[in-house]
Design a protein around this ligand. Sequence first.
Ligand code: FES
Length: 107
Amino acid sequence: MPKVTYIQPDGAEITLDARDGDSVMETAVKNGVRGIVAECGGACACATCHVFVDEAFAATVGEPGDLEDDMLDGAASDRQPTSRLSCQIKMSADLDGLVVRIAPEQV
Ligand code: FES
C-alpha cells in the first residue's frame, strides 16, 4: 500500500497507508484527517480539498487539468506552484511516500 503523509498548517503530521486507486482526499476523509473538507465528495467542484504537493513529488503528481485549474483559482487559500485538489490525485505505487501540506483555509 502506498503511503501518504499529510502536514497540517500547524506542522502536525500523519502518515497513512492508502488503498491503490483511492484519492488523496478519500484517504484523508476515511481516516479523519482534519483540514480536508471535501464538500463536493470528489467531483472537482468545491476546492475544499486543496493541498500543496511536496516539491519532490510535483513532477510525478503532475499538473491539474483545466477544470481543476479553474477551481484552484477560486480556492480559499491562495494557490501555490504545486497546488492540487486532493480528490484529483489517485494513489498508486508511483506515489508511495507522497507528502502533501494541507491548505490553511478550505472554505
Ligand atoms: S472534494 Fe470537492 S474539489 Fe475535491
